[in-house]
Design a protein around this ligand. Structure first.
Ligand code: G1P
Length: 298
């Protein structure tokens, strides 16, 4: 099987982030800080590690801070250079994007994730591409998308990241109907967006990493409203099932944090804070004391 290399990734970042109001009144959700980096930087780093060279952002009104974030900041760089702050300079430069490597398209109406990806169709063209939802932050030894690119080299088709969730949580996700379970990889015979708990076909939820065939964009051309009245990416992927290219779920190795929810964001903050050598000691001592105080107060 001849597999085309995945070099383009779509980052849907048009959402209003209402769950984080009032913070998101003036700051895009994707710029909110996890330890010392904005959420979007984690997704970008993961994409880069997987070989992505072209980054397509689907934005909306009020997201200009995102564009500025990826631009070079000559004044800031000069100041750091003069002050001899080499490490900070390197960190700063790591956020720059080469001219031409990054593109922005606007989703001018909030019609759903499928519609957001469809907005990028002309930039994607006729080749397989990745989609990363920056709300899903995944801590992993080997970055999740890289794991998927390697698995995809074996399967081709379409691939979604997946993980087991409890039955009562399934209705918050896209859920796979499994035809064949091969361990890390499962082949799907169906996919449902946000099923009722009693109707979920399995407990394998879709997590925000996808490798998709360009056929999915064609499907989106004709897509009608699905769950929640939105144009769903899940539905466009599900249409591929039974066609030429299969749909696979990939059980990634790693820990996913739902940074689209407050509890998930806090959990990620603790986990990523503890994983940082420069913060570990002080932070874990603090957490220890906090827990002890809480216990004593109970
Ligand atoms: C989106 C997708 C859903 C997927 C989820 C993962 O839903 O539509 O299929 O399971 O991301 O985070 P959202 O969380 O945007 O409602």
């Amino acid at each position: 099987m001849k597999i085309k290399k995945i070099t383009k990734a779509v980052f849907p970042v048009a959402g209003m982030g209402t769950r984080f109001l009032p913070a998101t009144k003036s700051v895009p959700k994707e710029i909110m800080t996890l330890v010392d980096r904005p959420l979007i930087q984690y997704a970008i780093d993961e994409a880069r590690a997987a070989g992505i060279r072209e980054f397509i952002f689907v934005t909306s009104r009020g997201k200009s801070a995102l564009e500025d974030y990826f631009d070079v900041a000559p004044d800031l760089e000069n100041t750091l250079r003069k002050a001899g702050k080499k490490e900070l300079l390197a960190v700063l430069k790591g956020t720059n994007m080469d001219s031409g490597a990054i593109a922005y398209v606007r989703q001018n109406r909030p019609l759903g994730l499928g519609h957001a990806v469809w907005c990028a169709r002309r930039l994607i063209g006729n080749e397989p591409f990745a989609v990363l939802l920056p709300d899903d932050v995944i801590a992993a030894e080997k970055p999740c998308l890289k794991q998927m690119v390697e698995a995809y080299a074996e399967t081709g088709g379409n691939m979604v990241a997946t993980m087991e969730v409890s039955p009562e949580k399934a209705s918050s996700y896209g859920v796979l109907d499994v035809a064949e379970d091969m361990g890390a990889i499962v082949r799907a015979k169906g996919m449902v967006e946000k099923p009722k708990a009693s109707e979920a076909p399995s407990n394998l939820a879709v997590i925000g990493r996808y490798i998709l065939s360009p056929n999915v964009l064609n499907n989106l051309n004709k897509m009608k409203q699905g769950a929640g009245g939105e144009i769903q990416l899940t539905d466009a992927i599900a249409q591929e099932i039974g066609g030429e290219e299969s749909v696979y779920g990939y059980r990634f190795r790693g820990q996913r944090y739902d940074c689209g929810s407050k509890a998930g964001f806090l959990q990620a903050t603790v986990a990523f804070g503890l994983a940082r050598e420069d913060l570990q000691r002080e932070f874990s001592d603090f957490l220890h004391d906090m827990m002890a105080q809480q216990k004593a107060a109970q």
